[in-house]
Ligand binder design. Structure first.
Ligand code: GTP
Ligand code: MG
Length: 344
């Protein structure tokens, strides 16, 4: 392959689903860290972002993924809250996504925010797969930590397999009621036309190798041409949170979804009143696998390319707003960029 992986845009994967169905736990499993433990009442209340490099994905996926088959640099996972009061944050997360994972608790099945998430994906025409989570809670389940679904499924008793099948077919039926043709992922040929359902446990890691393999396959196959657009142009992003950072004053955590942002770039950020025009003082990047919401040891970098979660330190950010657009001016006309930010 002729592609330089560093010049390809990292696909953005939004994780959506009903409250407590296991979105953060699933990302914790992939990160190998426990963000959920630091959450108030174990409820996610902000959008998060975590960069997972290709080598980690292929380590988790094991034999299912050959890193030589992929030239994307990895995946940027966006965690969203499932609690009903955070509709705006779910739409924002959905709007950022190139592809998505809809997490559904196999026992709880479809719930109000599952349907809401489906609507968001439908409207934005975002390709997605369903993670049928918590398979370890099927009565009688015997755990095979971190194994692909086929291996653990084969080792279960007939009765347990039958119980799981029933739950999975219920989910497939619910998807069909919503107008999606769905099936177990290993039966899906065309992931653009059919929704693949991947049975997983965020707790035991069972099925997680499959989930990552399917996500990489989906992004590689359907996203690559889009990923190559504009990777070196002036950056475009969305503010996740406005935060006080020791030594930097007010900063913004952003998801950069297009182009690049550099130290000393002039940027325009949507504000509570007028757009804010300011200059980047520092770009603070979370370490790979670190959740930007909880990271405490950022690395100071000169430049970042999409897609990435990045903390931007700049003067005058006091009025910046979560959800507002961020645009790098670079060699463009400042007035044009201000108008674009106002129009968003
Ligand atoms: P919100 O962000 O508030 O919408 O919730 P969430 O979807 O991020 O769910 P979270 O990861 O916080 O998990 C909710 C509860 O389910 C926690 O107590 C987890 O430990 C538990 N849980 C998540 N995944 C699994 C799983 O695969 N198996 C079992 N047994 N429990 C799980
Ligand atoms: Mg959560």
């Amino acid at each position: 392959d002729t592609h330089d992986p560093t010049s390809l845009r990292t696909p953005i994967v939004a994780v959506l689903g009903h409250v407590d169905h296991g979105k953060t736990s699933l990302l914790d499993k992939i990160r190998g860290s426990a963000v959920i433990e630091g959450e108030a009442g174990a409820i996610t209340q902000h959008i998060g972002a975590t960069a997972v490099p290709l080598d980690i994905i292929s380590t988790i996926a094991g034999d299912l993924v050959d890193p030589d088959d992929f030239d994307l640099p990895g995946l940027l996972f966006i965690d969203t809250p499932g609690h009903h009061s955070f509709t705006t944050l779910r739409s924002r997360g959905g709007a950022l996504a190139d592809i998505a994972i809809l997490v559904v608790d196999v026992n709880d099945g479809f719930q109000p925010q599952t349907l809401e998430a489906l609507d968001i994906l439908k409207r934005s025409q975002t390709p997605f797969i369903v993670a049928a989570n918590k398979i370890d809670t099927v009565p009688g389940w015997s755990v095979n930590e971190d194994t692909p679904i086929n291996d653990t499924y084969e080792s279960q008793s007939d009765r347990v397999r039958q119980r799981l099948d029933e739950k999975l077919y219920e989910i497939i039926g619910n998807l069909s009621d919503e107008g999606f043709s769905a099936d177990l992922y290993w039966r899906v040929q065309n992931f653009q036309r059919n929704v693949g359902v991947v049975p997983v446990s965020a707790m035991t890691g069972e099925g997680v190798p499959d989930l990552l393999t399917v996500m990489m396959g989906l992004s590689q196959r359907y996203m690559k041409e889009e990923m190559e657009i504009d990777v070196s142009g002036p950056g475009v992003g969305t503010v996740l949170e406005v935060k006080e950072e020791k030594g930097f004053g007010k900063t913004v955590d952003i998801v950069l979804y297009d182009g690049t942002i550099r130290e000393d770039d002039t940027i325009v950020v949507g504000g509570q009143n007028d757009p804010i025009v300011t200059e980047v003082r520092a770009l603070l990047q979370p370490r790979p696998l670190a959740e930007i919401r909880t990271e405490s040891r950022f690395e100071n970098v000169d430049e970042v390319g999409a897609a990435a979660g990045i903390k931007v330190a700049a003067p005058e950010l006091g009025d910046a707003m979560a959800g507002a657009p961020v645009r790098v001016v670079r060699d463009r006309d400042l007035e044009d960029v201000i108008e674009e930010v106002q129009a968003e």
